[in-house]
Design a protein around this ligand. Sequence first.
Ligand code: CA
Length: 691
Amino acid sequence: MNNLFKKCFAALSATAMTAASVPYIAPVMAADTETTSFPFTIEGEDMEGATLWTDIYGVAIGGEYSGEGFTYLTNDKLSFKVTVPEDDMYQVVVKGAQILDKETPRQQTIVVNGVKYTKQVPYYDKWTDIDFGTLRLKKGENEIAFVNEYGYLAIDKLTVSKAVFPDVTQATNIPCDADATAETKALMSYLHSVYGKGILSGQQEIYGGGHSVLTDIRYDAGSDKCVDGKGKEYEIDRDSEAVDKDGNKFYWHCSDDVRTYTYDEQNRSYKYDYYDQEFDFIKDLCGSYPAIRGFDFMNYNPLYGWDDGTTERVIDWVKNKNGIATACWHINLPVDFENYELGEAVDWSKCSYKNNSQYSIANAVKKGTKENDYLNLAIEDLAEQFLILQENNIPILFRPFHEAEGNGGLDGKGAWFWWSQDGAEDYKALWKYLYEQLTDIYGLHNLIWEQNLYAWSDDSAGWYAGDDYVDIVGFDKYDTVYNRHDGLTSGPNEDCNSNVYWSLVDYVKNNKMAAIMENSTIPSLSNIKTEKASWLYFCTWYDNGQDNFVSGDDYNNPETMKELLTSDYAINLEDLPEDLYTSGGSSNPSTSEPDKTTSSGGGGIEVTLWGDANCDDKVTIADATAIIQHLGNGDEYALSEQGAVNADVVDNGDGVTGADANAIQAIEAGFIKQTDFPIEKAYFDSLMKNN
Ligand code: CA
């Protein structure tokens, strides 16, 4: 429990002196007089290191400045300090201007306790409120500074406020595809039911040949048997007989009831493709498998295409394990596209998903072009696999054309992949084309559409394909070095990128859920709580030998991973409801959404406003006081019948208790929102425990 929360209790107990026996009330604490009161405003010219300006070399800024004038960020660091009672999120808004560069936004750098955060600020010749987003401040004194890297920012004044976040459960639970299958709707409904309340754990699998594991199984010609070092015998596939270069007979395949093994000529023993290495690692460490398994459909393609078993593994994960599947699509182009003949096989080494100047994205969506013909072939190969999933009643979270913005900008110059190389407008046309092909032409209605976005600048929203084509937006978190509040420059970055989260929520007007669709370091439980970022899920990339994103302690601290995955906040494979794909968990009381609209059952009186115990049409600390007075001295301070119905917010139906008062106070402390009412006690307690 944090100090801010204790202060609320202190304020409460001062006004509730008549309460006789009050549960859960902490001792009275002296108010901390040293903390800054928010919103906090400081004139730019009053910052440490500031000089007073009234124009910029003879050029006046449009509009009125406040105070004596403003300050102009040229060389010296400008700073000020605020003191906060607890680690928490704050919003910094600068009333500023940027008149140096009309053409391109200038990168501005704000430094919080030595950690730099950047923002692109366009040309403003009038005083404009520039939102630097939600920044994390630490308990105690914090230095907020502006430094001039590429900046030249005029600052009239700035305001720091406690961050206020929207209720993310307002995001839709309806797939954008109006004809979505029943299973797809059920999955979407389940995802929505946990969004804002927990985080689904996820893990990307290795694709292609998997992790190759060499065994000590050998073919013994003398006994004509396949045996391992412990003497276990394996069944030989007699049809796979072959002869090596020395004339020795062997068999390509042998098997046991777990898997099939393939002969390795170099080592003269058998090996197998291991796709579960990361999953078994997580299970061994945390005791559970992740809820989501990430796949990649890149190998079903018109060039070097082969069946690497991905579709089969999706079916196994969803049907047999009751897990959730997500998939990306690293679809390749032939590098020499100009000389490529449609339908021709191309060696994988001559194919790439990188930018390709021979391929025009505008042409890709235009009938009759070679680009369009190739794209259609690629979509056909993908659709064939998705149709198999649909026939098996399997929905999948599909994340095509991912990480489009790349290093930033709308023109595609920052692109890492061919699909976004020609800029945001062509990219969005390509996205819509794929959407229409898969849904309208191939009749695929088992897809939940996921789009990756970034938040480099306000322009980043320009990549969003739109509400009609996207169900969930996401961010790929590979941030080991940059933008970390702990100030370290190496090792796992356990931040949960709250600033990005709230930017994404803003881009989609809080209408879509947001997830970490790929990551290196998993955010820590405490950072998730402090930064108040309600990512729907995370999905750690696989170990590739070079970068061991899951098992490498340069990417993930095992203890941090374990703490999150074993917490009540994480939803793992075993936590998914049995009816996930039939009714989206709604027949399981532990995951169902409480009914927030109907009566509490208190004598047929309808709730007018959850938490409004004193019936003044608002929910404040006074309602908690009214409840405590009612409990302490019901003769004198009894709640009205309506008030008692409104007040029963925790474990609704159990009558008015001290827990109801506590929950109302928790709103003031920022732990929950009025819209969370009614709330289950177990869930409320878990929130309190984690604060
Ligand atoms: Ca000023």
